[in-house]
Design a protein around this ligand. Structure first.
Ligand SMILES: O=P(O)(O)OC[C@H]1O[C@](O)(CO)[C@@H](O)[C@@H]1O
Length: 529
């Protein structure tokens, strides 16, 4: 395939971006009262308003043309068909098959997960001394942690009372130590979640948890207090977990796309299998939309293209995710892995170096916390930062006026970012203010936002939202001609950490390091002496 910058639509968009530089969204809205209807999409109980973007109908036409010229539809179909599109690892990319039905091996594992979740929840599965499980600790990192923890937090209203689900990821012993302080070994179940079952952090945490349990209940207790989620049965057995207590998945499920697989077991235990199924069904509905809706009416396609528009034609380097929904407080962290591990690449699919920008920096915090932290820079700084605003129209917690207050902020911020405030408006509000002081109160506006409004954060809707972002990331990967499904960039640090480990613990002198790293190794040892 031609590189994206060589596509005719890329050149047209470059010219068009120059034309758009002089226009302001205020004017676009003033000139077109139908803009909201024209630039919003609805799928079930999810509404995407993308009218507050620096776009016209012509912009969208050109972006769609770019997608067509980049072969987006064929690439999407190749993913769904199971073609080995992860070429650097020779793997298919089939997380959509986990929620679509049709694969007997997927159905069998889901069935096993359902029975297990039910047994833990109703007290049929007990600890070694006969106690009911009250605490479930998921031990995993990256995709084996971020998806489960984000969803588990998001669906707290659906948790079973009296059953606590905890997550340990960091190799920092503090994470495990502080978690174990909260657990009773007799009623704690550990879920060791690792696709490879070799990840250093997870293995260290799993061994520590096993040691803690064995010290208190003896080695015979491991069978009732440990289960594994993995693709690597021999490593699970070598760790000491009976493979009957292993929930399998496959190499065609990428770590950051794995919450729908056995990796979601902690979610199924927390919310019950029926609600886990609803999560999968919501994702499947978004898959079907992505697969069948025309590009111009396709939510993930539109969101992906808008990101490309700012990233590649308007010099934006970051993208903020701003959930006005406390239950989504881990969404930005989850999306950091999904987006940045997928699209943080600088080599095109043919192995050549890219000469265009790829994935943006993703960051965010729940609203309204972010408003009192970093929104200043988004409103008045020198950088263009497109934002996604998310909120539920209805709350699980109708406490006083809170939800209306929250929604008023959720609606006000995108309006403020779009409109801005002119010097004349500042002066009209403050007639006596000197010009040099008034200048500080001016807002340029014209800051782009997407707004995702949904009826209620339930499992189905959450499944739709997550799949929406997965496919958005896919769309962008195709447009940037990169492989969104490998992650070679995590390897070098792992390799070097392995070399440094014996130098920290033994008498070995640090060798083959730069003088900074060697100096720091020696300083650590000196402080520890
Ligand atoms: O599930 P595993 O094999 O322990 O891997 C955990 C994470 O490590 C990575 O390979 C690198 O960060 C992620 O892609 C993955 O989600």
């Amino acid at each position: 395939m031609a590189h994206p910058i060589d596509l005719p639509a890329w050149r047209d968009l470059t010219v068009h971006a120059g034309e758009m530089a002089a226009s302001h969204m205020r004017t676009l809205f003033a000139d077109d009262p139908g803009r909201f209807d024209r630039f919003s999409l609805r799928l079930g109980d999810v509404l995407l308003d993308y009218s507050k973007n620096r776009i016209t109908g012509h912009t969208m036409d050109l972006l769609i043309r770019l997608a067509e010229q980049a072969g987006l539809e064929a690439a999407r179909d190749a993913m769904f068909s199971g073609a080995k599109i992860n070429t650097t690892e020779g793997r298919a990319v089939l997380h959509t098959a986990l929620r679509g039905g049709g694969r007997p091996e997927v159905a069998a594992v889901l069935d096993k997960m359902g029975h297990f979740a039910q047994a833990v929840r109703n007290g049929d599965w007990r600890g070694a001394t006969g106690k009911v499980i009250t605490d479930v600790v998921n031990i995993g990192i990256g995709g084996s942690d971020l998806g489960p923890v984000m969803v588990s937090e998001a669906l707290r209203p659906y948790h079973k009372d009296g059953l606590r689900v905890r997550f340990v990821s960091n190799v920092d012993g503090t994470h495990m130590a502080e978690t174990l302080k909260l657990c009773d070994p007799e009623s704690t179940l550990f879920i060791v979640a690792s696709k490879t079952f070799t990840t250093q952090e997870t293995m260290a945490n799993a061994h520590t948890a096993k040691g803690w349990l064995v010290d208190r209940l003896g080695p015979g207790a491991v069978a009732s207090h440990f289960v594994a989620l993995s693709t690597n049965a021999p490593a699970v057995a070598a760790f000491g977990i009976d493979t009957d207590h292993m929930f399998e998945f496959w190499d065609w499920v990428g770590g950051r796309y794995s919450l729908w697989s056995a990796i979601g077991l902690s979610i199924a235990v927390a919310i019950g299998f029926n609600d886990f199924r609803r999560l999968l069904d919501g994702a499947a509905a978004m898959d079907e939309h992505f697969r069948s809706a025309p590009l111009a009416a396709n939510m993930p396609v539109v969101m992906g293209l808008l990101g490309v528009w700012y990233n590649n034609f308007m010099d934006a380097h970051a993208h903020a995710v701003l959930p006005y929904d406390q239950y989504l407080h881990r969404l930005p962290a989850y999306l950091q892995q999904l987006d940045m591990e997928s699209n943080g690449k600088s080599v095109a699919r043919d192995g050549s170096a890219v000469s265009w920008q790829t994935g943006p920096i993703i960051f965010g915090e729940p609203g309204t916390n972010g408003q009192h932290a970093f929104y200043q820079l988004i409103h008045q700084g020198t950088k263009l930062i497109p934002c996604d605003f998310l909120a539920a129209a209805n709350t699980h917690n109708p406490v006083g006026e809170h939800h209306t207050l929250l929604l008023s902020n959720f609606l006000a911020q995108p309006e403020a970012l779009m409109r801005g405030k002119t010097l004349d408006e500042v002066k009209a509000e403050n007639p006596d203010l000197a010009d040099d002081l008034a200048a500080h109160r001016v807002f340029a506006g014209n800051h782009p936002t997407n707004t995702l409004l949904y009826k209620l954060l339930d499992p189905y809707t959450l499944g739709m939202l997550i799949a929406l972002y997965e496919h958005k990331v896919f769309v962008q990967g195709i447009l940037w001609d990169i492989n969104s499904f490998d992650q070679w960039g995590v390897e070098l640090g792992k390799q070097l950490a392995k070399k440094i480990l014996p130098q920290l613990t033994g008498a070995d002198q640090p060798g083959a390091h730069d003088c900074s790293t060697a100096g720091l190794i020696n300083a650590v040892k000196a402080f520890q002496a």
